[in-house]
Write a protein that binds this ligand. Sequence first.
Ligand SMILES: *Cc1c(COP(=O)(O)O)cnc(C)c1O
Ligand SMILES: [Zn+2]
Length: 413
Amino acid sequence: MSYIKGLRCRECGREYPKEPLYVCEYCFGPLEVDYDYEGIKKVLTKELIASREKNLWRYRELLPVDNEPVVGLQSGFTPLIKAENLSRELGVKQLYIKDDSVCHPTLSFKDRVVSVALTKAREFGFNIVACASTGNLANSVSAQAARANLKCFVFIPENLELGKIIASLIYAPQVIAIEGNYDEVNRLCTEIANKYKWAFVNINIRPYYAEGSKTYAYEIVEQLGWRAPQNIIVPVAGGSLISKIWKGLHELLKLGFINEVKTKMYAAQAKGCNPVVSAIKENREIIKPVKPETIAKSLAIGNPADGYYAFKTVMDSGGWAEDVTDEEIVEGIKLLARTEGIFTETAGGVTVAVTKKLIEQGRIKKDELTVISITGNGLKTQEAISSRLGKLIKIKPNLSSFENVVNKNGSLR
Ligand SMILES: *Cc1c(COP(=O)(O)O)cnc(C)c1O
Ligand SMILES: [Zn+2]
C-alpha cells in the first residue's frame, strides 16, 4: 500500500507524477514527494511502529516506495546516546548523540538515503545506479548496489581520504575519480544523468533519495519517548539532511504523534566551506558558492543543491549556524572520543565543535534537550587526526622492559 500522491514543485506547487523527475519544467524549482497524510493517519500508529523491526522501514508509510522495500533492510535505528560526560565537560545537562557512525552497512547516515533510493531505482526498473559523492554516499551506493545486484558507477573527487576510497572499491563498482572538486563532479554527473538512463541517486531520483533522511528525525523523536528535542545540531553539505529532519518533525506533528515542534535547528559547517553558515549569519537567502578548503571533505560542497532550504530551515526554526576551523574539528573529534567513546569522522568533529561554540555563546542553554548529529565514522578519515594523537609506547616482550617504562613514566601508574 502506497501513500505517495506524486511529486510537487517546492517553489510553484505544480504537480508531477511519481516518476524519476527532479526539477520543475516551469520554474526549475526542485520537486518533492507529496503524501496522502489523511490516509497515513488512518493506519499508522505509534504502537504499529513499535511492533516493527528496528530499521528505517518501520516508518515505511512515510517513505516514497510503492512496494515492499528490497534494499537496506537493516539500515537505520542507530543508538541515541545520553552523553553524560560530554554534557558535564561542556557545562550543560542534556546532550544526546544520534550516532549514525554505526549505521548499517557502511557506517554513515547515507545508508538511510541509499536504502530508499535503491529501493526506488528497482521500482522504476533501473539496472544501473550511480552517484556524485564526497565519499560516504559512494560507499553506501557501492555496498547496497552489490547486495541488490545492481550495476554501479560512483563519481568522486580524486583527493578523497584513502579510507573512503577503499570503502567504495571493496564492493567492486566502477569508481570514477575526477580531477576536480565535488561541485565539478556534480556538474559532470548532471550531464551524464541527462544523457544516460541511469539512476543517479542524488540527481534524477533525488526527491525520493532525500526522503530517507527524515527517518533520522523520526528515530530521535521515538527514542526520546515521542518528543522533539529543543535543539538539533546538523552538519550541512548539500543541505538535504537538515531540511528533511525539519520536514520529518512536522510530519510527526501532522500525524498527531507529537503535540508541538519547538525545535531549533543549527547548521554546522567548516570555515573552509561555509556557504550556508555565512548566508545565515548575514541573513541573506542567496547562497554564494565558495571554493572548499577543509579537512571535512564529506561536507566540502561549495555550491549546495539545497542550500536555500537549509537556510530557510534554520531561520524558520529560530536556530542559528556556526563554522569551525580545521583545528577545532580535530579537537571536536578528540573531545567526543575522550568523553563518550565514539570515534567520528571530520563531519562529526564539525558538529561537536559547533555545539561547544553554541553553548559558549549562550545560544544553547544549560537545561535544554540537545541532540548532536553524528553522521559518519572516524575510521574513514584517519589522516585528519593520525598525526595528532598520543604516542605508542614500544617495549621488549619482558617484564623488566615494561617496568622500566612504568618507573620512568609516573603517569602510567
Ligand atoms: C553527506 C553527509 C552530510 C550532509 O548531508 P547533506 O544532506 O548533503 O547536507 C553530513 N555528514 C556526513 C558524514 C555526510 O556524509
Ligand atoms: Zn515549479
